[in-house]
Structure formats: C-alpha cells, structure tokens
Ligand binder design. Structure first.
Ligand SMILES: N[C@@H](CCC(=O)N[C@@H](CS)C(=O)NCC(=O)O)C(=O)O
Length: 211
C-alpha cells in the first residue's frame, strides 16, 4: 500500500494511526501541502479531489480518511476499529464524524487560506476563527463522551475510529493554541492514545517529511 500524505495533515494522521494500529506496512509518499504540491497536475492524476490522504491499494486510489479507515477495518478486521454491535458502531461513527465532518472541514488549510488571502482577515482574526470552531466542536465532543459509557478511550477499552480522529484534531488544536481546558474525558482519551506505540509512530514528528 502507498499512502500519499503530509506530516501535518490531520486527515492523513488518522489513516497513519489506523495503519499502525493494524500493523500494516505502507510506503509513505509525502505531498507538501504548504508548497501546494497537492494542486499540481501530477497529483491530480493520483487524487481526483486534490486532497490528502490518498491510499493506493492494488492500483485503486482511495480518498476520504473515514472511508479509507473503514476499508482497512473491513479488509484487516483485527484489531477492530469499530465495536461488534450496531449501536456501538453508530456511537463511534458519530464521534468520528463530529471531528471529521463538523470541526475539521471549516478549519482546514484551504478554508483558512481563503479567510486570509481572499477575505483579507488578519492572522489574529484567522486564529480567532480557528479557535472558536475547534473549541465549540470539542465541547460538543466532550458532552457526547459524557453521554456514552465510561471508557478509557473514546468508546470502550481499546482505541477505535473515533480515537483515530480525535488525536490529530488535538495535535492541530495545540498547534493553533486553542483552549483545551475543561475537557476531561476528551483529554483523558487523548492521553490514553498517546501512551500507545501506534499513535506515537503515526504522529507528525515521526514522519519522514517532518519539519
Ligand atoms: N474529509 C477529507 C478531508 C481531506 C482534507 O481536507 N485534507 C487536507 C489536509 S488535512 C488537505 O488535503 N488540504 C488541502 C487544502 O486544503 O488545500 C478526509 O477526511 O480525508
């Protein structure tokens, strides 16, 4: 498998965690987002959406981190990223989507660039936008964890799909100095994940293109 990705990309980081949790080897192909490499025609030939991550398996190109992680889970079921019961799976997918569909899309690179370059927001205003939406999203995430069963990770006693999404979002929030106070369940799950080798190996500083 080949993973087109970028060390700082949180959607890429999700997939790297899933690959490491499952012990699956992959070729790391760096796409430098800050230099705009994802917009070059050569990369359009790899990823029709011009985004990272993109996983190549048997010459098939897979996009969207949630879809990729579920593909990995279906093709390599152990250890599972989703619980065995339908209710549990719905809860874990909801947590994962709270990050991947609610928080991340309004704070990713192209949105932040649009705020600065096209709408002329200052660095401070852009960071205020980022911190506001991340904080609001994580408060909602915390309330959802509080409604679920008592757990070491986001759901249960093993890391899963929601943890693969949470950890990169927290890394990103820390980089932008978002307020992470008063989120005890969220940060406990984050801390539990970061004790594991798979999360350590997948983190930005461990990537070959880390700067
Ligand atoms: N929903 C997509 C998001 C993909 C995405 O937005 N990736 C970012 C990096 S985290 C990207 O390629 N950004 C390029 C840009 O915004 O120009 C997924 O989960 O894979």
């Amino acid at each position: 498998m080949k993973l087109y990705n970028y060390f700082r990309s949180s959607a890429s980081f999700r997939v790297r965690i899933a690959l490491h949790l499952k012990g699956l080897p992959y070729e790391y192909i760096a796409v430098h987002l800050a230099k705009g490499e994802h917009k070059l025609p050569a990369y359009s030939a790899v990823a029709a959406d011009n985004l990272v991550p993109n996983l190549v398996v048997d010459n098939q190109h897979l996009s969207q981190s949630l879809a990729i992680m579920e593909f990995l889970d279906e093709t390599h079921p152990s250890p599972a990223l989703l619980p065995p019961d339908a209710l549990g799976r719905a809860r874990v997918r909801a947590l994962a989507q709270s990050i991947a569909c609610e928080i991340h899309p309004i704070n990713n690179l192209r949105v932040l660039k649009y705020l600065s370059s096209t709408l002329g927001l200052s660095e401070d205003q852009k960071n205020t936008w980022y911190r506001h939406w991340v904080r609001e999203g994580l408060e909602s995430f915390e309330r959802q964890l509080a409604q679920g069963p008592q757990s070491t990770f986001c759901y249960g006693d093993a890391p899963g799909l929601a943890d693969c999404c949470l950890v990169p979002q927290i890394f990103n929030a820390k980089r932008f100095e978002a307020n992470l106070e008063g989120l005890p369940l969220t940060m406990a799950a984050f801390d539990a994940c970061m004790k594991l080798e798979a999360f350590q190996k997948a983190q930005p500083s461990a990537c070959p293109d880390a700067e």
